[in-house]
Write a protein that binds this ligand. Structure first.
Ligand code: URA
Ligand code: SF4
Length: 212
């Protein structure tokens, strides 16, 4: 349950002095920092250029990402690609990752379809060292939180996405610029999808403006 405390990812990570994307990626599959490794297919590390100026952070891998082992390769990823293109952000400037590295789901019926479940706060806290190390290794100009889970992982648990979306914020950890926006899956579920997409694109344009 959400009150559970986990040992966390730290003990599975490479030594602090040697945390490159390569060593982090190599170490991630062995992580048992919380219970999510038990039912997922694999941990999903980030993807993109090591020197990307923009780092986009989602919530956790979805069903497709869990099976394929890469972030944003399913329907949410396709929507995100469209939004990035509309905001004129070059995919070569973008590193994609997630706040939590294993897929959390429940079964509709025993053996049935896997339905996404948001990670608990304890699972987010357990997994945070991977995200922090990725941010430090890529050292992007701006980190974009996609949705409330990523926004809370980056800005603190009391962060209100609806009050601050699209604003340039400062990370409480390292002062780096953070912009929070909606999750592409929320756009896919929105009653007015065109309006929701336009809102995501607007926020990504603000990101485009800061990287030039
Ligand atoms: N949703 C996410 O938050 N991340 C992914 O990688 C895919 C879907
Ligand atoms: Fe480790 Fe994160 Fe997976 Fe939990 S979700 S087992 S902390 S990689």
């Amino acid at each position: 349950m959400s009150g559970t405390r986990y040992a966390g990812a730290e003990e599975y990570m490479p030594d602090e002095t040697r945390r490159s994307l390569g060593t982090l990626r190599a170490a991630l599959p062995a992580c048992q920092g919380c219970d999510l490794y038990q039912d997922a297919t694999q941990a999903v590390f980030g993807d993109g250029p090591a020197r990307a100026r923009v780092m986009l952070v989602g919530e956790q891998p979805g069903d497709r990402e869990d099976r394929e082992g890469a972030p944003f390769v399913g329907p949410a990823g396709r929507l995100l690609d469209r939004a990035l293109a509309a905001a004129e952000i070059d995919r070569r400037d973008v590193y994609l990752t997630n706040a939590v590295k294993h897929f959390r789901f429940r079964r509709e019926t025993p053996g049935g379809k896997r339905l996404h479940q948001a990670p608990t706060l304890s699972q987010m806290v357990a997994c945070r060292p991977w995200l922090e190390a990725e941010v430090a290794a890529v050292d992007p100009h701006v980190v974009v939180a996609l949705g409330a889970t990523a926004a809370r992982a980056l800005m603190g648990r009391d962060f209100r996405l609806t009050a601050h979306r699209g604003e340039p914020l400062s990370s409480p950890d390292d002062g780096r610029m953070v912009v929070a926006t909606v999750h592409p899956s929320a756009v896919l579920r929105a009653p007015d999808r065109a309006a929701a997409l336009a809102g995501l694109v607007d926020d990504l344009r603000a990101v485009h403006a800061v990287i030039g």
